[in-house]
Write a protein that binds this ligand. Structure first.
Ligand code: BMP
Length: 212
């Protein structure tokens, strides 16, 4: 069975990041790269990690349409498989990401995993889901530490890919997220900060596979 695990390599040491990517790349669905890695290593890290696995650029794109399209084109040029965009900036901004994504899958953030998300993003989830579907997103980022919310979003958009962070250090369980309807589970620190990232990948993969 293909892995449903996405590992967030939020490492600010390039050698460590590439060493872990080389070890786990063939056993995960994708590696997610966020600003910590890009700011340290530059966009070339996208191409380097792509040698080992798919790369999802977690750029949380959140600007005017023109700026969003420039960011998206760069991720595409560097070989990314997917890109994560915010959606609260509105239809035109998210649509610019979709239109410039080429073959990349676009995931829009519709609900988040941290306490502060209760202030602005999470009260607007339903509208963000509806608009993201209209804009042509392939799927959503939704909180794996809130399985009830994942299952509600699953019902709103049965055909879209749901990717869930918030698992491990943030308290969520991979099995709960999958049973609630997630397609992919994102895990960062519980893998990369452990003494044995390969072993952790194996543990998460078997928890996920036994929950499908
Ligand atoms: P960790 O498993 O170490 O908590 O990492 C989670 C990853 O998912 C981080 O890269 C974070 O930026 C991202 N993420 C999140 O934790 N919650 C969200 O709501 C959206 C995210 O993209």
């Amino acid at each position: 069975m293909e892995s449903k695990l996405v590992v967030a390599l939020d490492l600010m040491n390039e050698a460590d990041l590439l060493r872990i990517a080389a070890k786990i790349g063939s056993r995960v669905f994708a590696v997610k790269l966020n600003w910590p890695a890009i700011l340290v290593s530059g966009s070339k890290i996208i191409r380097e990690v792509s040698r080992y696995s798919r790369v999802i650029c977690d750029f949380k794109v959140a600007d005017i349409p023109n700026t969003n399209s420039l960011i998206t084109e760069k991720a595409l040029e560097m070989g990314a498989w997917g890109i994560i965009s915010h959606s609260f900036t509105g239809y035109d901004s998210l649509r610019a990401v979709v239109e410039h994504a080429g073959g990349m899958s676009v995931f829009s953030v519709v609900s988040m995993s941290h306490p502060g998300s209760a202030e602005f993003i999470n009260p607007n989830t339903d509208r963000l889901v509806e608009m993201s579907v209209r804009a042509g997103a392939a799927g959503f980022i939704a909180p794996g530490n809130n399985p009830e919310e994942v299952s509600r979003i699953r019902k709103m958009a049965p055909e879209k890919i749901i990717m869930t962070p918030g698992v491990g250090v943030q308290g969520g369980k991979a099995g709960d997220a999958i049973r609630a309807g997630a397609d992919l589970v994102i895990v960062g620190r519980s893998v990369y900060a452990s003494n044995d990232p390969e072993k952790q990948v194996e543990i998460f993969n078997s928890e996920i596979n036994s929950s499908v």
